[in-house]
Design a protein around this ligand. Structure first.
Ligand code: C2E
Ligand code: CA
Ligand code: CA
Length: 608
């Protein structure tokens, strides 16, 4: 500790020895002639201080010993006070003053010395010289110890403060300190009629790096990215003297930069180009060469927000737009984005409202055996009868629910609603054995509780697990992390079936298929639609996927069958199951009961 406050190592050693000698001397004196408790405590204090000395000599952290030392010293003081009676109060002075003066080393040292020595002088007349000498030495030591204590506490306080404001990985500011800085800076810039530009920087597909190479590699990429950003800031500040740039990491792969004193948008653009160029260079980590794209959203104070929160939300929305557009890599916030955010917010409120008021319900898309056209299963699809969501289908509101976290409630609702319907259907037609296919959001692959929730619901409604198939989009599995596969395996252990939805859109490596515990591939309807274009059928994706499914002994469902030709083609190549508007639109609950009842009755009377 002493080394760290600026004393040189030799001086720190000398101070330690100077403290050690009287402590051990006093200890021996007390053990032999006076109070053995104080003697023992002092001896123990001396041992701890010796450890601290050794730590300084070996250049290792001596803080733990100093902490122990302060505790020992305080105990010794307590014993001494008790032993000395009223005179012991002298020792308490330095301790109190060091507390009182907020534990700064300098103040504690100066003021506690002053207080203690003025008391000593006041006592001088009534004490004999030996007692005065003993007390002086004791008080001097107490002053020194308490000043050290003051320093230690103060250092820990400032370390905690730095830690609370710094991102542990990259050493730059974290979200909390960035937000409070920004909240102070915005009004300042508004007063000066200049604006701040907030850049929201996000690495594209960073999750893939973590999933493919592990978090240690991902962390190193983030550290390199932050170093490159710092380099861009340096280059920019040598060009634009006096303009401050603040940088922070908000979370994961999201960084923010703020340019102060901006006068023209062009100033920002050249800086942004520089960042895009630097961050898009390949990253080399542990013999790997990793390429990552970057998206940047920009919001300006005054025009796009007057507080940190608003600017961050808007810059984030602009970043999201830049990512979707994919081309130039950056996007200023604008009224279109505002409109889109507004609609998203409306939809989010609509979803919350529909969940609270029970406005969601399910419909059933029949799945047929291709050759016989027997209905063998249904896919449950969510619908909403709330006027607030009447203009939006699940393809619009499900992604928003995924972004705002409401998807977990939606998925559980659909699962429970399906199970309830299965119970009803069983009562009506006990012989009915339909497969119920339920869409699960890709978000559930990170939800450790989903397996348990499904297990609970299966038990509650007494559902045969093998009559349930969960559909998970293939794209979510492309970066097959261990975590994802673990959750899939947990589901599989419940006895339910799993299928890869929208198959073909995610470019799963064929070899990866062996890792996924799935039973079915659902060919995306875009490939089925392409079957109409004649001539290239032999090479069609549908053919490839069907062959693949046969190789891996998986069931195969073609989605979106809209014409007789498509159906015939699928029959000819041996695709097992089909669904689509040519055969049926989604059924309501009543229509499903009618069609299953019809099916039962034709099975019972095949010639009727
Ligand atoms: P998906 O899982 O691929 O569902 C199939 C979608 O294609 C359904 O649209 C269905 O109505 C539609 N479809 C079926 N046959 C045809 C056809 O022949 N032609 C055309 N053009 N479309 C057809 P929907 O219900 O609007 O669902 C859209 C997407 O929303 C679904 O795609 C799924 O990703 C999601 N979704 C729907 N319901 C749920 C749900 O309950 N939970 C979750 N997590 N997602 C759902
Ligand atoms: Ca589906
Ligand atoms: Ca699908």
């Amino acid at each position: 500790m002493i080394v760290k406050i600026g004393f040189s190592k030799p001086l720190a050693i000398i101070i330690h020895i100077m403290a050690l000698l009287p402590i051990l001397g006093y200890s021996a004196f007390h053990l032999l002639f006076e109070n053995s408790l104080i003697g023992a405590l002092l001896f123990f204090t001396g041992v701890v201080l010796t450890f601290s000395l050794v730590a300084i000599i070996k250049d290792i952290d001596n803080d733990p010993y100093l902490q122990a030392f302060v505790i020992c010293m305080t105990l010794t003081l307590a014993a001494t006070c008790y032993y000395l009676g009223i005179r012991g109060a002298l020792f308490v002075f330095p301790l109190l003053t060091s507390y009182f003066y907020s534990f700064t080393f300098g103040y504690a040292l100066a003021l506690s010395s002053l207080a203690a020595f003025s008391c000593m002088i006041a006592l001088l007349n009534s004490l004999d010289p030996v007692t005065v000498a003993r007390l002086s030495l004791g008080v001097s030591l107490t002053v020194f110890f308490n000043a050290s204590f003051a320093y230690l506490v103060n250092k820990q306080k400032s370390a905690l403060k730095v830690e609370a404001n710094t991102d542990y990985l990259t050493g730059i500011s974290n979200r909390q300190s960035f937000n409070s800085w920004l909240d102070e800076e915005i009004p300042k810039s508004l007063r000066k009629h200049r604006f701040l530009a907030l850049l929201y920087v996000d690495l594209n597909d960073f999750k893939r790096v973590n999933d493919n190479y592990g978090h240690a590699v991902g962390d190193k990429v983030l550290i390199q990215a932050s170093e490159r950003l710092l380099k861009c800031i340096q280059a920019n500040s040598s060009l634009n003297q006096g303009k401050e740039i603040k940088i922070a990491r908000l979370a994961g792969d999201e960084f923010t930069l703020v340019l102060t004193h901006v006068e023209k948008e062009e100033e920002i653009e050249s800086f942004v180009q520089n960042i895009l160029h630097e961050l898009s260079q390949s990253y080399s980590v542990e013999n790997l060469v990793i390429h990552i794209g970057v998206s940047i959203g920009i919001a300006l104070s005054g025009q796009h927000g007057n507080c940190a929160e608003e600017l961050l939300i808007n810059a984030d929305a602009a970043m999201y737009r830049a990512k979707k557009a994919g081309k130039k890599g950056y996007q200023f916030f604008n009224s279109d984005i505002y409109q889109e955010m507004f609609i998203s917010k409306e939809i989010e409120r609509g979803i919350q409202n529909a969940l609270n008021n029970n406005n969601f319900y399910i419909v059933f898309m029949p799945i047929y055996q291709t050759n016989t056209l027997d209905m063998v299963g249904v896919e449950t699809l969510i619908r909403c009868d709330s006027p607030r969501l009447k203009d939006y289908g699940p393809d619009k509101f499900i992604p928003i629910a995924e972004r705002c976290g409401l998807i977990y409630d939606i998925d559980l609702f659909v699962i429970e609603a399906t199970f309830k319907k299965i119970v009803e259907l069983k009562e009506l037609n006990p012989d009915m054995d339909l497969l119920f296919c339920i869409n699960l959001s890709a978000k559930e692959l990170q939800n450790k509780e989903i397996g348990e929730s499904i297990r609970y619901l299966l038990k509650k409604y007494n559902i045969t697990p093998s009559s349930i198939e969960f559909e998970i989009t293939e794209t979510s599995l492309v970066a097959s992390s261990e975590e994802n596969i673990n959750i899939l395996s947990q589901l599989k252990e419940l006895g339910v079936r799993l299928s890869l939805d929208d198959f073909g859109t995610g470019y799963t490596a064929f070899s990866q298929l062996a890792d996924f515990p799935v039973d079915t591939l659902k060919i995306d309807r875009s490939f089925v639609a392409k079957l109409n274009q004649q001539g290239n059928e032999k090479l069609s994706m549908v053919n490839v996927i069907t062959m693949l499914a046969n190789l891996y002994e998986l069931d195969i469902v073609a989605e979106g069958v809209e014409t007789e030709e498509q159906l015939n083609y699928l029959k000819a190549i041996g695709c097992h199951y089909v669904q689509g508007y040519y055969l049926s639109h989604p059924h309501t609950w009543d229509a499903l009961i009618t069609s299953t009842a019809a099916k039962i009755s034709t099975e019972a009377h095949p010639h009727s």
